[in-house]
Ligand binder design. Structure first.
Ligand code: AMP
Length: 371
């Protein structure tokens, strides 16, 4: 099939790499000025500002059978204009909800899915009232365009609230969240095809450093039947609500076995990259299967699998000589704490996987050193 991907970053790259093997052909829709190095050579790149939405853009994209996304921050009107001509999956409505933390949390609440206590605020008075209600520490996040801890403030006291309150006239709408004293962070990646067939990867346990995902491990340890059931219910409620098509990623807080949703991503997710090398159908292949109405493939690894991100650095050749590591490099320039690649690992034993992940982490990011 011909598939157009909105976005041209590493997720688009990995979708296309998986799709080429399946015989699909790709075009990429980039915003003006968006970096496209990740997808060069994988299909034509079309710039969104050079075509009128609708038919002209559909023509420029090469009459795709399906349009999909690698990110939630996309122009929804543009997706709607394309949906007259071909399938858009996930739907513009699902993407619109997931690109705004306020809308997303309100929807979760309406579906009876637990989140952190939250309030959407637009001015200094509503900010103060919300922080006073949820208490300190309070997480404050912009409703749109914030990810990997960007556009976020952790308020510890009234002085910090006063500083942020002064800035409110220049800030976009924010969500104020009460702090959850979670034991760990998990994520759930699920896929639903056009025909409604679903598949769920095992819950992943994720560790972050400085607000950015560092490692993922599957299956997460010590998941009780009740916790798994909660995760399954959350996923099914969301998939049913949207008649969702594609991969949906659900970030969760686990507080003594009780789950709350932190965030949704209507796309493949960094915490699912382990699936590329674990003897299962990868999240990238399953997304493509789902949007082309193919039954999802196997999601249950035989052993244990993990992933460590390469943040602002390459992998030393010595690390890559190990027979259990697989490098995925995005062909991006290295700067700051940018995600430029990841290393996947597998092991027949959980303990061995954890030791290997810790050893890789110590080698890549010496203890205490900033990322
Ligand atoms: P986010 O951008 O919403 O994924 O937040 C980045 C990270 O901040 C999360 O992975 C958590 O570690 C932490 N965090 C966010 N919101 C909360 C919250 N309400 N309570 C506790 N920790 C949080």
């Amino acid at each position: 099939m011909r598939i157009a991907i909105v976005g041209s970053g590493q997720l688009a790259r990995m979708l296309a790499l998986a799709g080429w093997e399946m015989g699909h052909h790709f075009t990429f829709l980039a915003d003006p000025g968006e970096g496209t190095r990740c997808v060069e050579g994988l299909g034509p790149i079309v710039y969104s500002d050079q075509y009128q939405p609708g038919e002209a853009l559909f023509d420029a994209l090469g009459h795709p059978d399906v349009v999909t996304v690698e990110k939630e921050h996309v122009d929804v009107a543009l997706l709607e204009s394309l949906s007259t001509y071909c399938r858009v999956a996930p739907s513009a409505d699902a993407i619109r909800m997931c690109q705004h933390r306020g809308r997303e949390k309100t929807l979760l609440q309406s579906l009876d899915i637990a989140t952190a206590p939250f309030h959407v605020v637009t001015d200094a008075a509503s900010l103060s009232e919300a922080v006073n209600t949820v208490g300190y520490p309070a997480f404050v996040k912009s409703c749109e365009q914030g990810y990997d801890g960007q556009n976020q403030w952790l308020l510890q006291n009234t002085d910090e609230l006063a500083v942020l309150a002064l800035k409110m006239p220049t800030l976009p709408p924010l969500v104020v969240e009460g702090a959850i004293r979670f034991d760990r962070e998990l994520s759930l990646i699920v896929a639903r095809s056009v025909s409604g067939d679903t598949a769920m990867y095992p819950l992943a346990e994720n560790r972050h450093r400085e607000g950015i995902l560092l490692t993922s491990e599957v299956p997460a340890a010590n998941i009780s039947q009740q916790t798994q059931q909660q995760a399954t219910d959350i996923a099914n409620r969301l998939l049913d609500h949207w008649s969702y098509v594609g991969v949906l990623s659900i970030e969760l807080f686990d507080e003594a076995g009780v789950l709350r949703v932190n965030e949704l991503a209507p796309r493949v997710h960094n915490s699912g990259h382990w699936s590329q090398d674990a003897g299962v159908t990868s999240q990238f292949s399953n997304h493509l299967r789902a949007i082309t109405d193919t039954h999802p493939g196997n999601t249950a690894p035989a052993g244990y699998a993990g992933m460590i991100n390469l943040l602002g650095r390459g992998a030393d050749p010595a690390l890559l000589q190990a027979s259990d590591t697989a490098l995925h490099w995005y062909d991006k320039s290295i700067r700051g704490r940018r995600k430029v690649g990841h290393v996947n690992l597998q092991s027949p034993e959980r303990e061995q996987l954890q030791q290997r992940l810790s050893a890789l982490e110590a080698a890549l990011y010496p203890a205490g050193a900033p990322l």
